[in-house]
Design a protein around this ligand. Structure first.
Ligand code: XMP
Length: 326
């Protein structure tokens, strides 16, 4: 019988058999897959697991807190938080090209994660050699997509964490390898992972970094976070979360247009709403969000976010448009 409870029981036994008395680390991204994988491994081996959360400053409003506070409260995982916000901003300074942003964010992420892993091993002293396992939230579709081989996740299989002795290559623990997304959600709920994380819509690894068209700066991130929070709040209030696959909010930071707010002329930036419906993100259609909901979002964003004086709707399907703007 497929039940979340049975999956958990089977996986807990398998993880214990694989890991034994050794220790494991797991990177948390704020997304559902890594959270459920971590919760499952925590259930199996408790304090032998340490989770690492790299705060790159590119998450949406409230998401870092959901990991650092709500997830920890709900699961009891031992969490190491690395505040890398300045580091990412510095690395991204002056960069507007989307692929370059992705490369930089990916590279910095690996470096910070590796440094955290090294710290962890060093802190463990003599026992450091026991930090042998890396937990990844690889799902069944990822396994299939990568040709049925090792996981397709960001950090490659048997990834040799730079700077560690050669014999400290990590072995992978992938407890979600046989599961589809909806099954992962069911398992997560059964494990007590907070609903906000379990039902989170897809969010790209490079985060808000690829939703600012133009250079990424701290001020622009604040503007986008504020606009995005309003859009999410109103779409949720309207009960549209399950109809919408995801709704990127994009700040056109290099575009300005004239507006009028109160008594004055403004020269602000547009944000784009990009609500899409999709099965798998390979193709998508723009979601027909009711006009009154769009009106509320537009009014609130232009009233509450001073730098934004125009809200526009993206009515392009995929193809030809991608879901993200970068
Ligand atoms: P596009 O924009 O290609 O996006 O239609 C398809 C899906 O992938 C997500 N996406 C990413 N996810 N790293 C990720 O982890 C990325 O660089 C990236 N780019 C796009 C996007 O949010 C959508 O769900």
């Amino acid at each position: 019988d497929w039940t979340p409870g049975n999956v958990i029981a089977d996986q807990v036994a398998a993880i214990r058999a694989q890991v034994g008395d050794a220790r494991a680390i797991c990177g948390l991204s704020g997304g559902v897959d890594s959270a459920v994988a971590a919760a499952l491994v925590q259930r199996a081996i408790g304090d032998q697991l340490t989770c690492v959360f790299v705060d790159h400053g590119l998450l949406r409003a409230g998401e870092a807190e959901q990991v650092e506070r709500d997830f920890v409260d709900a699961t009891g995982v031992h969490l190491m938080v690395v505040d890398a916000r300045e580091r990412f901003l510095t690395a991204l300074a002056g960069i507007s090209d989307p692929e370059q942003k992705r490369k930089i964010i990916g590279r910095e992420f690996i470096r910070v994660f590796e440094a955290a892993a090294r710290d962890l091993v060093a802190q463990a002293g003599e026992d450091g050699a026991d930090v042998r396992f890396l937990v990844q939230g690889t799902l069944y579709p990822d396994v299939v997509e990568s040709g049925g081989g090792e996981g397709a996740a960001n950090i490659k299989s048997h990834h040799n964490v730079g700077g560690l002795p050669e014999d400290l290559e990590f072995e992978l623990v992938e407890p979600l390898r046989t599961l589809f997304k909806d099954e992962v959600r069911a398992v997560g709920l059964e494990l007590g992972v907070p609903e906000e994380i379990v039902w989170r819509q897809p969010f790209p690894g490079p985060g808000l970094g690829i939703r600012i068209v133009g250079e990424v700066t701290a001020d622009r991130l604040d503007v986008l976070r504020a606009a995005d929070a309003i859009a999410r709040e109103e779409l949720t209030r309207a009960g549209l979360d399950r109809d919408i696959w995801q709704c990127p909010v994009v700040l056109l930071a290099d575009v300005r247009s004239v507006g009028v707010q109160g008594d004055g002329r403004t020269y602000g930036h547009p944000v784009v709403l990009r609500p899409v419906s999709s099965e798998d993100a390979m193709t998508a259609d723009w979601t027909r969000v009711p006009y009154d909901v769009l009106a509320t979002i537009s009014t609130r964003i232009t009233n509450e976010v001073a730098e934004v004086n125009r809200v526009v709707l993206d009515v392009t399907s995929k193809p030809p448009g991608t879901i993200e703007w970068e």
